[in-house]
Design a binder for this molecule. Structure first.
Ligand SMILES: Cc1cc2nc3c(=O)[nH]c(=O)nc-3n(C[C@H](O)[C@H](O)[C@H](O)COP(=O)(O)OP(=O)(O)OC[C@H]3O[C@@H](n4cnc5c(N)ncnc54)[C@H](O)[C@@H]3O)c2cc1C
Length: 276
């Protein structure tokens, strides 16, 4: 849920949107966000494109978006909690992070990032075995909106682009900004130099939308661990004072899965600490 200020405007460069299954605790959180204007019901219909353009659409659950950017929702969840930011943790052991003692240490991040902090610590090191694929987010900005409404599109059989979304439409300010996420193949080709993904991605989005003009401003962001290709069936890991949670813990990688995983782990830690 990453929002970056690019040329003075907030752009969502991670998750494109999220869903919430009615009846779940996460749905309750989302309805509260909707009531407070932090979240809007965006659409239930997305475009389906082939390599040469958009030919179809698919209808599914409501996709929610955030007018102020998805990052603001994480800030809202963290309200009232003492959070220290911009610190890279280097080493974690039971009840210890970078030499400081804590009641519990939680690694809420992709498995490959969590493993780096554990120095091969069994049994957890072996548990964190999910494999993640990369993507590069490419932000494309034009002076004016010059495309037919499409919300967001899944792309089949294009070598460069997996999905792309209308950021002005989902955020509600109608800015002429599209965010594309590259295929795994294109991301691997450009992992060392994400900016090199801008040109082929831009050409692909222009082709898909039938746009003659190139964007006037662009930006690229590398997601080395964008999506897990396998899932842990359990909702989280907890043992020996270390917890692990995130979107790879549960049925399907998504914002809702990450929230449910963290919520369940938080509950388990609260019970464990209360007993202790
Ligand atoms: C390109 C992309 C598109 C996506 N599209 C969608 C979508 O459309 N819908 C949807 O539902 N989901 C989508 N997702 C998935 C969604 O974003 C994730 O499920 C969700 O953000 C996971 O949240 P998390 O808190 O578990 O982990 P993350 O959001 O990965 O957060 C982990 C945090 O840990 C921090 N961290 C890692 N290592 C360290 C360290 N050593 N020290 C300190 N901090 C550290 C990272 O900086 C990061 O802030 C997408 C993800 C990506 C990358």
């Amino acid at each position: 849920m990453a929002s970056r200020t690019i040329n003075g405007r907030t752009v969502d460069i991670g998750a494109a949107y999220f869903t919430a299954q009615p009846g779940t605790p996460f749905h309750g959180v989302v309805m509260d966000w909707v009531e407070r204007g932090l979240v809007r019901r965006w659409t239930d219909t997305l475009a389906v494109a082939e390599a040469d353009g958009i030919h179809d659409s698919t209808t599914g659950p409501v996709r929610y978006a955030a007018p102020g950017g998805l990052r603001g929702l994480v800030v809202d969840l963290a309200r009232g909690i003492d959070v220290e930011q911009a610190i890279t943790v280097r080493h974690v052991a039971p009840g210890v992070a970078d030499g400081e003692h804590y009641d519990a240490v939680v690694l809420a991040m992709p498995d490959p990032q969590a493993r780096r902090l554990l120095d091969g610590r069994p049994p957890l090191d072996a548990v964190l075995d999910t494999v993640w694929s990369p993507s590069i987010a490419v932000v494309l900005e034009w002076e004016t909106r010059n495309w037919d409404p499409f919300r967001a599109a899944f792309v089949n059989n294009a070598p460069e682009v997996l999905t792309f979304a209308d950021d002005g439409d989902r955020r509600g300010d109608n800015a002429a900004v599209i965010v594309a996420h590259t295929t795994e193949q294109s991301a691997r080709e450009h992992l060392d130099d994400p900016d090199a993904a801008i040109a082929p991605t831009s050409v692909a989005v222009q082709r898909l939308l039938g746009l003659a003009d190139a964007p006037t401003r662009t930006f690229a962001h590398r997601w080395t661990f964008a999506r897990p290709t396998t899932q842990h069936p359990e909702p989280f890991y907890w043992g020996d004072g270390i917890g692990v949670c995130g979107d790879a813990w549960g049925e399907r990688s998504s914002v809702g899965t990450a929230w449910a995983s963290g919520d369940a782990l938080g509950g388990a830690i609260a019970v464990a600490l209360h007993r202790g």
